[in-house]
Design a protein around this ligand. Structure first.
Ligand code: UDX
Ligand code: UDX
Length: 432
């Protein structure tokens, strides 16, 4: 059993801390947000993540998992201090490291026994060395035995617990092999492949992985756009491509493109790092441009079908950036709603888990209780997020509720033939 402190109880920190507790460690999750911690202490989750609540409650009950805002108490006995604070995009596209800095400073101020500082936040290549420097300078000669390791997270929201417990790989980077091996021990029970590298290589693996996945999606979206012109079906094209083991079937779903808390900021940050160091990241730029256009194309398709969007009522199904999360960060739906409003459209929307977050940020959008209320009086219905509950809607009822039978399926969720038989004018992405 090891003693862990996890700084930051967001999507990554909370899942990581809880899963390590479940593996038998003693974990203190620390956050500067009072409200978040007091809710967690009452058993109320700050985020929607399938399976998380039960796992948290179980481990709190077993005495392995606690929550606090007190940095000193959280760090006092820690063998490992995980940094899992946010690293949002700064003005230039760079990763904003102010929260990582304050975590490193707290560690320098409050830890007095040997510790491995493990960075889980996605940070620019070289940040591990920077964190070590901050700690060293701040100690100002006061001795502290510490090492820094990078341990990037590969957790998908919506399946984060599974991704933690059954990872394809664990990546660990450190200049101190022993420290990396100590972190590797924490994962030993998972019996997965563990790759140990130097610090900078581990940091780069994270960016390169996310950028590659985003590239795969932008690639298939570009193919989808070409399919639309040439009369091919991108869904079958993706199946045909994916059967080739060198390509693989995952991340080839054409649609409205990628959003979320990671891909957008990570691709931007990697491109920014490249430019700063004299490279021309042309592919990354194209990957981002295609993604931006993918959202705009949906609005263009609507305009083509409806003419002017002024005063038109558009229903939007799904607001979260992907299914099974309440996270709206950089969700394609938000940009589409914004573009529609700029053209004078009235928007009504519904999301299975994202309504609370939507209410905080969406202005002048009618927030509905279910998909049928979204359809009521709508001139068109846009599917932005492919939640399971949208798969089997009563389309005959929806047809009766809508002002015009126009369906824009932004995630290729529905059967075009079935909808056309019901009298809908159906448009998907990359489908004839
Ligand atoms: C994480 C990573 O840290 C990010 O780099 C990665 O790419 C994606 O996942 P995430 O868990 O999504 O971020 O962040 P968020 O949900 O914003 O949570 C961050 C938490 O850290 C918040 O609860 C915030 O209150 C807390 N925090 C922030 C601290 O405890 N201390 C700080 O100084 C700043
Ligand atoms: C991502 C990484 O996958 C994960 O390893 C970690 O680094 C955190 O960031 P996440 O953002 O939670 O996870 O979701 P992911 O499943 O990767 O989807 C990202 C976006 O791509 C979503 O908006 C999703 O709708 C979109 N997507 C995904 C597609 O448009 N098509 C696909 O085929 C797959």
């Amino acid at each position: 059993m090891s003693k862990l402190c996890v700084i930051g109880t967001g999507y990554v920190g909370l899942v990581t801390g809880t899963c390590f507790a479940d593996l038998g460690n003693q974990v203190v999750c620390m956050d500067i947000d009072d409200n978040r911690i007091s809710q967690l202490n009452k058993g109320v989750m700050p985020i929607y993540e399938p399976g998380l609540e039960q796992l948290v409650l179980q481990n709190v009950k077993a005495g392995r998992l606690t929550f606090t805002t007190d940095y000193a108490a959280a760090l006092k006995d820690a063998d490992f201090a995980f940094i899992a604070v946010g690293t949002p995009s700064g003005d230039e596209g760079e990763a904003d490291l102010q929260y990582v800095r304050s975590a490193a400073e707290a560690i320098a101020d409050l830890v007095e026994k040997p510790v491995v500082v493990v960075n889980k936040s996605t940070v620019p290549v070289g940040t591990g060395d920077w964190v070590a420097d901050i700690i060293r300078k701040r100690r100002n000669g006061r001795p502290l035995q510490f090492s820094v390791a990078s341990n990037p997270e590969f957790l998908r929201e919506g399946s984060a617990i599974n991704d933690f417990m059954m990872p394809d790989r664990v990546v660990l980077g450190s200049e101190d092999r022993k420290a990396a091996e100590a972190v590797a021990e924490l994962y030993a029970a998972l019996r997965c492949q563990i790759l140990i590298t130097d610090l900078r290589t581990a940091e780069m693996i994270k960016y390169a992985s996310n950028a590659f996945l985003a590239t795969k999606i932008s690639f298939v979206n570009e193919i989808a756009n070409i399919c639309e012109e040439l009369g091919a079906d991108v869904r079958q094209v993706a199946v045909g491509m994916g059967l080739d083991k060198r390509i693989g079937p995952a991340f080839l779903d054409a649609g409205l493109g990628w959003g979320g808390s990671c891909f957008p900021k990570d691709v931007k940050a990697l491109a920014h790092m490249a430019v700063l160091h004299g490279s021309q990241p042309q592919l990354l730029q194209a990957v981002m441009d295609i993604n931006r256009m993918q959202r705009r194309r949906m609005v263009m398709k609507l305009r083509k079908n409806l003419g002017s969007l002024d005063e038109k009522t558009i229903g939007v199904l799904g607001i979260s950036f992907k299914p099974n999360t309440d996270d709206l960060r950089d969700a394609p739906a938000l940009e589409i709603i914004h573009l529609l409003q700029l053209e004078g459209a009235k928007v009504q929307a519904y999301d299975p888990q994202g309504m609370e977050n939507a209410a905080k940020i969406l202005k002048s959008v009618k927030l509905c209780k279910n998909p049928y209320e979204v359809a009521e009086g709508a001139d068109a219905l846009v599917l932005a997020t492919e939640w399971n509950e949208f798969k089997q809607l009563d389309f005959a009822r929806i047809r009766g509720l809508m002002a015009k039978p126009i369906i824009m399926d932004g995630r290729n969720l529905w059967d075009p033939q079935h909808l056309r038989e019901l009298g809908f004018d159906y448009t998907g992405v990359g489908r004839p």
